[in-house]
Design a protein around this ligand. Structure first.
Ligand SMILES: [Fe+2]
Ligand SMILES: [Fe+2]
Length: 364
């Protein structure tokens, strides 16, 4: 067997991990040559050991043995993050671009690969710092996937926006990037693997809230942390952001993609018709818009952008969303009070299939 363990370094208090990023084995393809070196960390004695050298392979049996391991286990050098991300996402583009596979086979394989990433991402031992790194990896992965499979015209927009975001980092831009990333992953896991759709949802996720930049920053802050403190007038102003996002996009570029516009303007619509700006009911909301809506709420909870700034673990956030959603849809006629015309019995803030599809992707 190649790649025996060799001692790299060791010290107290996790210092040894400086310059390394935690990765999950779910990101690594077994039995193929690694473009990066893989390290293993032993918490008991704070030792970091070289597990597989760049150019070696991670054997299928070893992969299977370690698959369910927690995030604390595997590391890659920060300097090799890019190559690591490139290699770990290549399986997605390979599948999507493989003409010998049927559409159903592709969906199945992509779903499996996405499930591995998502369960790894969100069920790993919860540690804010590590989760941040893992989110960074997720963002990088989706960027790679988009670059590889994307609809060319749309993907150049995506790249440009990512550049702008990287230069102007703020909680709002981080939120946008995460929503985009989660949305693309959820879409892939749910079987929406059409190249144009994937790029459209990626772009929409990034742009969905740019309209908030046109609103007084203090008001946006208030809205983010506790919506219930807003006056009716303030609420109306804030609710204008979905349309404002589209307006700004149209002002900045010609020929905005129609699907992108729909997703953006609908990201606060709800199948029960109680959303905004147009109180649309389920059949009138774009399926990708419904995904962004779930990703949007989920991201706010895990990043502490909602509920008085309290950061929740991804699993706790999902459970909370499920409990609230189930209460809405099981309340019977009471819950339909105020719901839009034609909302249908049992409609709530999310699309049922999409919400539970995402929930099951992560919490298998
Ligand atoms: Fe929004
Ligand atoms: Fe948002």
């Amino acid at each position: 067997m190649s790649g025996g363990l060799s001692d790299s370094s060791s010290s107290e208090n996790g210092e040894v991990l400086k310059g390394y990023i935690p990765v999950g084995l779910w990101d690594i393809e077994p039995n193929s040559f690694l473009n990066f070196s893989l390290y293993i960390h032993f918490q008991v004695n704070q030792k970091l050991l070289l597990f597989r050298k760049k150019g070696e392979i991670l054997e299928k049996e070893v992969f299977e043995k370690f698959k369910g391991r927690k995030l604390t286990t595997f590391y890659v050098q920060e300097a090799e993050r890019e190559v690591f991300l490139k290699q770990s996402t290549s399986k997605f583009s390979k599948i999507i671009n493989d003409e010998s596979l049927s559409e159903d086979d592709k969906k199945h394989l992509i779903k499996e690969a996405t499930e591995n990433i998502l369960t790894g991402l969100f069920t790993a031992d919860y540690d804010e710092k590590k989760i941040e790194e893992v989110h960074k990896n997720a963002v990088g992965m989706v960027k790679e996937i988009i670059a590889e499979v994307a609809d060319k015209k749309l993907s150049s927009i995506y790249d440009k926006i990512i550049d702008i975001i990287n230069k102007n980092q703020s909680p709002l831009t981080a939120h946008s990037l995460n929503v985009s990333t989660f949305s693309v992953m959820f879409a892939m896991g749910l079987g929406f693997i059409n190249k144009k759709s994937l790029t459209a949802i990626g772009v929409s996720g990034i742009v969905h809230d740019i309209g908030l930049f046109s609103i007084d920053a203090q008001l946006v802050e208030k809205y983010r942390y506790d919506e219930s403190t807003l006056t009716a007038e303030e609420l109306t102003t804030v609710m204008g952001h979905a349309e404002e996002s589209v307006r700004l996009m149209r002002a900045k570029m010609k020929n905005v993609d129609e699907e992108v516009e729909k997703i953006i303007i609908q990201h606060h619509e709800r199948p029960d018709g109680r959303g905004y700006p147009n109180q649309l009911t389920s059949t009138f909301i774009h399926h990708l818009g419904k995904i962004v809506s779930v990703a949007n709420d989920f991201e706010k909870l895990v990043s502490g952008m909602g509920r008085q700034g309290k950061k929740m673990s991804p699993l706790a956030a999902l459970d909370l969303m499920k409990a609230e959603f189930e209460a809405q849809i099981s309340d019977g006629p009471e819950s339909s009070k105020g719901a839009g015309k034609g909302a249908g019995k049992g409609a709530g803030k999310y699309d049922e299939n999409i919400f539970f599809g995402i929930f099951n992707l992560i919490k298998r």
